[in-house]
Design a protein around this ligand. Structure first.
Ligand code: NAD
Length: 314
C-alpha cells in the first residue's frame, strides 16, 4: 500500500471505476460527491464489485479485495478531499457550467503541487480552466474509455497553459495503475479517440442512410472484419503488414484511398428522422432495450478475456 492520496470528484460510473483502478495500485483513494447518498451507494457498489472481480479472477493489482477496499474512503467535504492529495481525478457530469464552477473553486483550495485531471469526453481543457484565478497550469484532461476497468486507454490532453510536468506526472500515474496512456501535444476538439470514432460513425450513418447496407451488416464489417485486426494492430501497422511496409502501402494504395474519400459527401446531421428511426429499430432487433444490461455484461467479459489474451501475446 502507498501513502500518497488520490482524490476522486464525483462518484458516478466513472468515478467508481477510477477509485478501483487507483486502489488496485495501493493508493489511498478518497471519493467525494456533492450528494451524500451517492457516496454511500458508491462505497457499497465498489465493495461488491471488488469481491465480484476477485471471484471471476479479474481483480487488478496484487492486493486482495479486502485490502483494496480498505484503500478507499469517502467524504462530502471538498476541503478534506483536496487536503494532501497529489492528484485529483474529476468525474462530474458533462456540463460545462458545472465544470467551470468546480475548477474555479478548486483553484482557491488546491495547493500548487496538486494535479487536477478531468475525465471529460468532450471538453477541451481550456474551456473549463481558462477562468481559474490560479493553478490552471496543473489542469489536464485524462480521458478514459468506458469501461475503464477493462479498456486501458487514457488520453492525456493539455491546455495551452498546462505545465509539461503535469502531463508527464499524469502519464506516469496512469502507467503505474496499469492503464495505457497516449499524450496529445495540444488540445483539439474530440481529442484523438472521438475524432476517429466520429469518422467511423459518419460513414456508417451514410451507408445506412443511402440504403447500401443494413445496420447489422455495417456493424459486422467491424466486428467480423476490421475490429478483429484493430484489437492487435492499429490502422497504420495494419497497412504496414498489408504491403511491403507502410511506405509501399501508401505508394500502392494512397491514390485509391484518396479517390474513395472524395466520394464521401457532406458530414451527415445525426438528427431524428427516417435514418435514425431505421437505425434504432434495427439496433433494437439486434439487442432489445431490456437486454442492454446483459449485453453490457457480455461486453465486459469479452474485453476482460481480450485484454488477458493481449497480455499473453506481449
Ligand atoms: N460514462 C461514460 O461512458 C464516460 C466515459 C468517459 C468519460 N466520461 C466522463 O466522465 C465524467 C463523469 O461521467 P459519469 O458517467 O461518471 O457521470 P455520472 O452522472 O454517472 O456521475 C457524476 C457524479 O458527479 C456528482 N456530482 C455532480 N456535481 C458534482 C460536483 N460539483 N462535485 C462533486 N460531485 C458532483 C453526481 O452526484 C454524480 O454522482 C464526465 O465528464 C464524462 O464525460 C464518461
Amino acid at each position: 500500500m502507498k501513502n500518497e492520496k488520490i482524490g476522486i470528484i464525483g462518484s458516478g460510473l466513472i468515478g467508481r471505476a477510477w477509485s478501483m483502478l487507483f486502489a488496485s495500485a495501493g493508493y489511498q483513494v478518497m471519493l467525494y460527491d456533492i450528494l451524500p447518498e451517492q457516496t454511500t451507494t458508491a462505497l457499497e457498489e465498489v465493495e461488491k464489485e471488488l469481491h465480484a472481480l476477485h471471484a471471476k479472477g479479474a481483480l487488478r493489482g496484487t492486493l486482495g479485495p479486502v485490502e483494496q477496499f480498505k484503500c478507499i474512503s469517502v467524504t462530502i467535504d471538498i476541503r478534506e478531499l483536496v487536503n494532501n492529495a497529489i492528484y485529483l481525478q474529476e468525474c462530474i457530469p458533462e456540463r460545462i457550467e458545472m465544470k467551470r464552477a468546480l475548477y474555479t473553486q478548486l483553484a482557491e483550495i488546491v495547493g500548487p503541487q496538486t494535479i487536477m485531471a478531468s475525465s471529460t469526453s468532450t471538453y477541451m481543457p481550456s474551456l473549463f480552466s481558462e477562468q481559474m484565478p490560479k493553478n490552471r497550469e496543473n489542469v489536464v484532461v485524462a480521458h478514459p474509455l468506458n469501461p475503464p476497468y477493462y479498456i486501458p486507454l487514457v488520453e492525456i490532453v493539455p491546455a495551452p497553459w498546462t505545465k509539461p510536468e503535469a502531463v508527464t506526472r499524469t502519464r506516469q500515474l496512469m502507467l503505474e495503475i496499469g492503464q495505457k496512456p497516449v499524450t496529445l501535444s495540444r488540445q483539439i476538439e474530440g481529442f484523438a479517440t472521438n475524432r476517429i470514432q466520429y469518422a467511423i460513425l459518419n460513414e456508417v450513418w451514410r451507408l445506412v442512410a443511402d440504403g447500401v447496407v443494413s445496420v447489422a451488416d455495417v456493424d459486422r464489417v467491424v466486428t467480423e472484419g476490421l475490429g478483429l485486426r484493430y484489437a492487435l494492430l492499429g490502422p497504420l501497422e495494419t497497412a504496414h503488414l498489408n504491403a511491403d511496409g507502410v511506405a509501399d502501402y501508401f505508394q500502392r494504395f494512397g491514390g485509391e484511398v484518396y479517390a474513395v474519400s472524395q466520394t464521401y459527401g457532406p458530414t451527415p446531421k445525426m438528427e431524428p428522422g427516417e435514418t435514425l428511426t431505421k437505425i434504432a429499430a434495427e439496433c433494437e432487433e439486434m439487442v432489445s432495450r431490456e437486454q442492454l444490461k446483459v449485453r453490457r455484461e457480455q461486453r465486459d467479459q469479452f474485453l476482460r478475456e481480450l485484454v488477458a489474451l493481449k497480455k499473453q501475446l506481449e
